[in-house]
Design a protein around this ligand. Structure first.
Ligand code: AGP
Length: 590
């Protein structure tokens, strides 16, 4: 996920475009770049947050009434100045900013390099200005050159494009990445998201996939891929700027939960890379995961999966406890470090300690983060920036990577197919939201919760309880369903709600019996089960799931309802779920 903005105005564009791109910093903060057109294309770009780079480069100083800007969330190539957008063609005539992923960029890059084009970055984006240059050189009109370029791209893209020789025209294109148009009396805009333009105009045109727009200061034209004009409706936005930044949601956390179906899809696009990495592993006879918090819970799902599916002995260590166990690690161990931020001090310290002793793999969301420079292999989760302190979509993307890893370790094609079907099913899950709101109202005043599950879903119970603790300040305890009878049953009464995770599968009957024991002690049950489960009727509140999701895959989906539950209890208690007290998004101290 990156953020792009473009404007054609009746005045100098730099101050406005800088203000606009700052509103998209939530979409990426590795680097920033701006291009404008005067008698040449002017580009200023650098690595770092917008204010840091601006204080060195002074963006507002740039001349020109037309410009494009970009904030980057790195996907291809480290977050360096060279990889920052905008990217230009060989002669600096075409300049492009891009949000998305060009899947066939390697083939295109090779073709263009063979034809003599010179590349300055490692990005997938840079093929775009070079392709436009190629088609202009072959004699096509500008718009046709863009059209021909687009037809050669596979993948997702929102683009804003400048041409030195057409200094009053900005072209934008959208395909599977967001792009909107802003219309005003003083000029026109394109942007990844509404907040970027809301200070300038509230009149917006929403684009569909494969639509092209041509903007001048006074005119907006929308076309299809055959360059035929399309009539579009102008919508008036009534959101406040703060709400707009959250995509119309009240908080980043709920926005990020809603992004989860897309995140599953995006992370599945890493399948081939994960397959390559698995092919490069040295021989190992043991796997060890090291992580903290939510990433630790994802690792536990990994342990259950790997042991049950591949028979490889696997264990999970908390990064902060790693010191006490590291002596058993040897060169036959593969160690997998999971961290969304890539900056967690406990996890990095553990990796640094062990990196020369065993083969290491990092599963991480932030490209170029510290951990990516230390591990032998890196798998990127594709969750995009996560702003809310409580991890939601990054957990889902970690799980997808783990399932893919297990599928390739085990050469299990069936599991890969199941993962693709999960990405569709996840959209249905968002349907339970209203019912969860009612449950949240009912239990908002409880002081303690238990979350119970077995096997693959014991980690789901732990993660559900962690979400509750973090953002509602209610004590939540995750427990293996079979373990309550060995002590905690003594605590239970009608004041302690118990969340039972009860997907269909081999563990069902045992878990069901445990839940009956709990019910018999007077506790109120909230049950996560299949749509066609009639055994649970009358036992408590139910949250229903598609029956084809069995216990092996349930961790990927059942957690979404537990994230909603924590979110709505937090709202009921008047807490800001995005900024829980005492917690930070990235924990850089031991
Ligand atoms: C999750 O909601 C928490 N914010 C926290 O437990 C987090 O998962 C933990 O600090 C590890 O962070 P990491 O994934 O960035 O390493």
């Amino acid at each position: 996920m990156c953020g792009i903005v473009g404007c054609v105005l009746d005045k100098k564009v730099a101050p406005t475009i800088l203000k606009s791109i700052k509103k998209l910093e939530y979409r990426g903060y590795d680097s920033i770049g701006i291009a404008t057109v005067t008698d040449t294309i002017n580009v200023k770009k650098g690595q770092g947050k917008i204010d840091e780079v601006d204080s060195k480069l002074d963006f507002e100083d740039m001349g020109g009434n037309i410009g494009i800007a970009h904030v980057r969330w790195a996907t291809h190539g480290n977050p360096t100045k060279e990889n920052s957008h905008p990217h230009c063609d060989c002669n600096n005539n075409i300049s492009v900013v891009h949000n998305g992923i060009i899947e066939n960029y390697k083939d295109l890059r090779k073709e263009l390099m063979d034809e003599g084009h010179q590349f300055k970055s490692e990005t997938d984006t840079e093929v775009i200005p070079h392709l436009i240059e190629k088609y202009l050189d072959e004699g096509l009109e500008y718009l046709e050159a863009v059209q021909t370029t687009i037809k050669r791209l596979n993948g997702s893209y929102a683009l804003a494009i400048l041409n030195k020789d057409m200094p009053d025209t900005l072209i934008g294109v959208r395909n599977e990445s967001p792009l909107i148009v802003g219309v005003s009396d003083n000029g026109n805009y394109v942007a990844s998201d509404v907040p970027a333009i809301l200070n300038e105009t509230n009149k917006v045109i929403y684009l569909k996939d494969k639509e092209i727009i041509r903007l001048t200061k006074d005119n907006v034209e929308v076309m299809n891929l055959d360059l035929e004009p399309i009539e579009k409706e102008v919508t008036k936005i009534t959101w406040s700027p703060d709400r707009a930044e959250k995509g119309g949601y009240d908080h980043f956390m709920i926005k990020e939960i809603y992004e989860e179906p897309q995140v599953i899809k995006d992370t599945l696009s890493e399948a081939e890379k994960i397959k390559d990495i698995v092919g490069k592993f040295k021989k190992f006879n043991r796997i060890c995961f090291v992580a903290c918090g939510t990433s630790y819970h994802a690792s536990l799902v990994g342990e259950y999966l790997i042991e049950s599916q591949t028979g490889i002995p696997t264990e999970v260590m908390l990064a902060s406890e790693f010191d006490y166990f590291q002596n058993t690690i040897d060169e036959d161990t593969l160690i997998i470090f999971i961290t969304q931020s890539g900056e967690t001090a406990d996890t990095i310290k553990a990796l640094k300690k062990i990196k020369n002793k065993a083969e290491t793999l990092a599963i991480v969301n932030v490209v170029g983060s510290t951990i990516t420079r230390e591990a032998d292999h890196v798998i990127y989760t594709r969750a995009g920036p996560e702003i809310s302190v409580a991890a939601t979509k990054t957990y889902i993307s970690q799980l997808v990577c783990i399932y893919l890893l297990v599928a390739y370790l085990n050469e299990d094609e069936e599991l890969i197919e199941k993962l693709y079907s999960i990405s569709k099913l996840s959209e249905q899950l968002l349907d339970n939201e209203e019912h969860i709101q009612e449950i949240a109202k009912k239990y908002k005043d409880a002081n303690n919760f238990f979350y119970v599950g077995r096997g693959f879903n014991y980690p789901t119970a732990l993660e559900g309880a962690l979400k509750l603790k973090e953002i509602t300040y209610i004590h939540g305890e995750g427990y293996p369903a079979g373990e309550l009878k060995h002590g905690p049953l003594a605590l239970l009464d009608e004041n302690i709600p118990v969340v039972g995770i009860l997907p269909p599968g081999p563990s069902y009957n045992k878990t069901f019996n445990n839940l009956e024991e709990i019910k018999a002690r007077g506790a109120n049950l909230i049950l996560l089960c299949a749509n066609d489960d009639t055994q649970v009727d009358g036992m408590g509140d139910t949250l229903r799931f598609n029956p084809i999701i069995d216990e092996e895959l349930a961790p990927l989906l059942y957690i979404i309802d537990l994230q909603f539950l924590a979110y709505y209890i937090s709202i009921e208690r008047g807490i800001d779920p995005d900024k829980p007290k005492n917690l930070a998004k990235s924990v850089t101290v031991e």
